[in-house]
Design a binder for this molecule. Sequence first.
Ligand SMILES: [Zn+2]
Length: 331
Amino acid sequence: MLEQARTPLPWHEPLWAALAAQQQFAHAYLFCGPAGAGKRRFAAAFAGWLMCDQPGPQGPCQQCRSCLLRQAGSHPDLLLIEPEEEGKAIRVDAIRQLVGFINQTAQQGGRKVVVLHPAEAMNQNAANALLKSLEEPTAETYLLLISDQPSRLLPTIRSRCRVQPLGLPGLQRAQDWLGAELPDVDDSQRTLLLQMAMGAPLRALDLHQQGAVAQREKVVDGVKALLKGQISAPRLAEQWNSIALDLLLDWFAAWTLELLKLNQGAQETASSADMDKVLGYLASRIQASELLDWQDWLLQHRRQFDNKANLNRQLFLEKLLARWKMLAERR
Ligand SMILES: [Zn+2]
């Protein structure tokens, strides 16, 4: 079911105002931008607004029949297409359902809206099937595509949509918003969450719900123990069993970036207070060329992970940790 968002997030309000003031709408939009920026919420509010019988400048009225049906999750003219399971592909069957939906008459007599998320999850067949619908728009029917990685979409899909970037708020705004969402979490934890989320507020909220702060502590302790020779790479990889691989990859990538900065003479790093000492020590021992090799290796594996390649988690982590330790032990 789609979120019950009446309004977009505060940092997307100017964009919303510009969109809501338009007289005519594109039949397909591609909302793109970093994960956790609030794209899905924007699309949900926009879908509700397009379908509302008496939309106001701020959003749907929440009182008309269309809004009531939508709030109950049973509006027959609103379709959400997403993977059956998170991380899985959107298959051609789902797109056939979409095609059937847009070819039928609106049951409530108003507009029809499809929200497709995440668009890059469509496999080749699904993307080709969607392309046909994009080429032959149906009156009063709107497709809202959402994507964190629009570069992975077929260029022909992108070019048939109005591309609408939805960015992140500035740090202060993100902190204020997260403060209101997590009033019981202290300031330093919220700052850490936002750092881990690379400034994306909804991602930060999600990380909090995953218990990422405690996981981060565990990982930092583990890295220190590994470098001191108190634990082996395979044993440590095992201990990190319950920690999401994308988080681990993000952290190592961020540390590597800071090592490169330190290596080039930066005096201090801004974003890894819990690793400052370790990074300072490592930066004094590692050459830039070794760091760049290591960064390439990480990026390559990140791509494999993003492309859903089958990584053997335990083996991959063992290799990663062994390489990391080797970096510190050179000369
Ligand atoms: Zn309404």
